[in-house]
Write a protein that binds this ligand. Structure first.
Ligand SMILES: Nc1ncnc2c1ncn2[C@@H]1O[C@H](COP(=O)(O)OP(=O)(O)O)[C@@H](O)[C@H]1O
Ligand SMILES: [Mg+2]
Length: 479
């Protein structure tokens, strides 16, 4: 069910409940009003019945026939006022009670007539007493009946009010419970879906493009989840396209560079061979040897370029094992020790103890370290200090190896190009492939290679590699 439909539905149910409760309350109020109107009328009637009975007593005291006429008049007034509000009385106490009250009033009127008749006919003491008794009795019945039904109606009003209070209280509780329950259902529903979307977008930002779910709820949140899924798919496709175009671009640079780099020595060899053939007869033995040595040098240049390219292509076939970063650093030092000694360069080590292990191809990482330290040694020339430092960055669970020199530094305009294939500033012996190959190796290990350099302070390269714990295959291998 869609969320908007759920909201509409719950609102409709709430409105229906409130209408029902209001109808109940209105019905009760109407009943109370009817009863209230009756008690006002009844109070007036009771007052007039009381006046009649007082007049009745006066008659018995003084025997004045005019008093009986007054009672007659009062009975007439009461009858006509009862007639006027007949509908109200019937609605409040029912038809039967109205009739009974009317009959009692008529009976009282008859007794008044009877008493008057007896007085006129001058009946004996006994007859007089009997008619008086009957009149009194009729008066008392009338008054008592009227007071009783008034009291009954008052009770009934009290009961209706108490009942209404209870119904209103429980209805209010019901409405509140219902509103809270629906709000909880809807909020819970939206909250769950939103949490999923948040988790998913976090996953996307970490480069994981798995779908949130294969099936979504058929509501607005489902539409959001589906849109986010589509976005993830688009992002993934775009990332693939970018990677592909980057790969094509670097292959383009590589091919152009290879062609250019191979062309130069090949041209030289070809030119020297032609010249050699042309001038062969006139050449001394030493000159012939010199020619051949220069061909050999050019061939050596070709060999180095091809070796580097092969190194690069082999960089993809890795033999990963759990290893200690300091171990790889120490083995590299052994390889470059001789170069350091020749160039009179001092070595300063700062290797942290108890580093977490790394999961690497030892030879490849060693190749990276050799490339970087060779560059450093070349940049320092005859003298300088080479710093090698290793430490652990706990926030990202990575090992960092820093190679710092006190050499010439890198011009800022070259900084963006040093990792490009065939970029070199060296006039002799530079292939421009060392850093390019190194960058590829470190990236392939899930790490990073960056540089900081200035003409005053020299250059520092930072190699970061994930600790074995953060590499899925490594942990699996251990457990
Ligand atoms: N430690 C360093 N100090 C100064 N320049 C450096 C350093 N390391 C690298 N470079 C610069 O980066 C360029 C590319 O290095 P690299 O890829 O190893 O190729 P190559 O050493 O064959 O020139 C070098 O030619 C040099 O200009
Ligand atoms: Mg180099």
């Amino acid at each position: 069910m869609k969320i908007t439909h759920k909201v509409y539905f719950s609102n409709a149910v709430l409105i229906a409940l409130i209408v029902l409760i209001s109808a109940f309350a209105l019905h009760d109020l109407d009943q109370i009003l009817t009863k209230f109107r009756f008690t006002v009328i009844a109070d007036q009637l009771n007052a007039s019945f009381l006046t009649m009975r007082l007049a009745e007593k006066n008659y018995f005291l003084y025997g004045d026939l005019d008093t009986l006429s007054e009672i007659d008049e009062m009975i007439g007034t009461a009858t006509s006022s009862m007639e006027a509000v007949k509908a109200d009385i019937i609605r409040a106490v029912g038809h039967d009670n109205y009739k009974k009250l009317n009959r009692k009033l008529v009976a009282y009127g008859h007794r008044v007539d009877e008493t008057r008749q007896a007085a006129k006919e001058g009946v004996g003491l006994e007859g007089k007493r009997r008619t008086q008794m009957r009149l009194r009795l009729a008066g008392r019945h009338l008054k008592e009946f009227s007071e009783n039904i008034t009291e009954m109606e008052r009770d009934r009003v009290g009961r209706i009010i108490a009942g209404s209070k209870t119904i209103l209280f429980y209805s209010f509780l019901g409405v509140v419970f219902f509103a809270l329950f629906f709000t909880y259902l809807i909020v819970n529903n939206i909250g769950l879906s939103l949490r999923k979307v948040v988790e998913f977008t976090q996953m996307i930002s970490r480069g994981n493009y798995e779908k949130i779910a294969e099936r979504y709820p058929n509501n607005e949140m489902g539409a959001v989840i589906s849109a986010v899924n589509t976005m993830a798919e688009d992002l993934q496709n775009r990332e693939k396209e970018i990677l592909q175009s980057k790969r094509l671009a670097s292959i383009g640079i590589l091919v152009a560079g290879v062609a250019h780099e191979l062309n130069n020595p090949l041209n030289n060899i070809s030119m020297m061979a032609q010249t050699y053939v042309e001038v062969y007869e006139n050449l001394q033995k030493e000159q012939r040897i010199e020619f051949m040595q220069r061909v050999e040098e050019e061939t050596e240049r070709l060999r180095i370029i091809i070796k580097n390219l092969l190194d690069f292509s082999r960089a993809k076939e890795r033999h990963l094992v759990e290893n200690k970063a300091n171990n790889v650093v120490q083995k590299t030092i052994a390889l470059v020790r001789n170069m350091l000694n020749i160039s009179n360069i001092q070595l300063q080590l700062d290797l942290a103890d108890d580093l977490p292990t790394i999961y690497v191809d030892e030879h490849q990482v060693q190749q990276v370290l050799v490339n970087i330290t060779t560059n450093a040694i070349q940049a320092m020339g005859d003298t300088g200090v080479l710093f090698l430092r290793s430490h652990y960055i706990s926030d990202v669970d990575e090992i960092e190896i820093e190679v710092r020199d006190t050499g010439s530094g890198i011009e800022s305009k070259f900084l963006d190009h040093i990792f490009d294939p065939f970029f070199t500033t060296k006039e002799e012996g530079g292939t421009g492939l060392g850093l390019w190959v190194s960058y590829g190796i470190i990236k392939n290990h899930g790490g990073n290679l960056r540089v900081e350099s200035s003409a005053d302070d020299g250059t520092a390269f930072f190699i970061t590699l994930p600790s074995c714990k953060s590499v899925k295959e490594c942990c699996n291998g251990k457990s």
